[in-house]
Design a protein around this ligand. Structure first.
Ligand code: TMP
Length: 221
């Protein structure tokens, strides 16, 4: 938990992973698991989550103009700044939990790794925009590039970022794994290679002990 927060504050959970790992399929299962604990959850996403953020998302994923990596990174953080201020912080402050489909780990993975911008400048933006806010738990879905390609090929149309090449997504994957290695308390890597039922089972096995632990802490208040 964030040290600056009281125990009644909501928990902040993020779901991450490269394209084709099955994140969208898993998200409703995570949401259901939280609801089993009668937890009030605000489910949201990045880029997006606010009217301004959703407009930025359309530009980020849909524009046909060649986009500078710096512009891309700054728009991700512009969306995040609005999201934190108007949705995430107010929800956590009133005790609602937040489940976010991607957050800053995606900037480190896609812009830092994929676009090869490195981590330093991203860390500066992270510190400025988030003012100490960090997820309490991040579930990182990880699958081999071959599995991910097979899954993305089933999709109709690829957006601007999904259309990047193999090298880009290899770097995204490695940058995610590097982040998880450096922050194992917060980031849990889930093997997303097997079939949906097996991945669900792994996800629940990861999440349930955490929820039980947090529920105990809340009961002790
Ligand atoms: P998705 O949320 O529908 O998976 O798609 C969002 C896309 O935006 C995905 O390709 C990852 C990318 N992205 C970044 O490049 N940087 C970021 O900081 C975030 C949040 C997403």
């Amino acid at each position: 938990m964030n040290s600056r927060t009281p125990l009644t504050r909501g928990r902040f959970i993020t779901l991450e992973g490269a394209e084709g790992v099955g994140k969208s399929t898993l998200l409703p299962v995570v949401l259901e698991t939280l609801k089993e604990f009668n937890i009030e959850v605000c489910c949201t996403r990045e880029p997006g989550g606010t009217p301004l953020g959703e407009q930025l998302r359309e530009v980020l994923l849909g524009t046909e103009e060649a986009m500078s990596s710096k512009a891309e990174l700054l728009m991700m953080f512009a969306s995040r700044a609005q999201h934190i201020e108007s949705i995430i912080e107010p929800a956590l402050a009133r005790g609602t939990w937040v489940l976010c489909d991607r957050f800053t780990d995606a900037s480190f993975a896609y812009q830092g790794g994929g676009r090869q911008m490195g981590a330093k400048k991203i860390a500066v933006l992270e510190s400025w925009v988030q003012e100490g806010l960090q997820p309490d738990l991040t579930l990182l879905l990880d699958a081999s590039r071959a599995t991910s390609i097979e899954r993305t090929q089933r999709r109709r149309e690829l957006d601007r970022i999904e259309s990047e090449g193999d090298g880009f997504f290899e770097r995204v994957r490695l940058a995610y794994l590097e982040r998880a290695k450096n922050d194992p308390q917060r980031m849990v890597v889930i093997d997303a290679n097997p079939d949906f039922e097996t991945v669900c089972e792994t996800m629940r096995k990861t999440l349930l002990p955490k929820l039980e632990q947090w529920a105990d802490q809340l009961a002790d208040v």
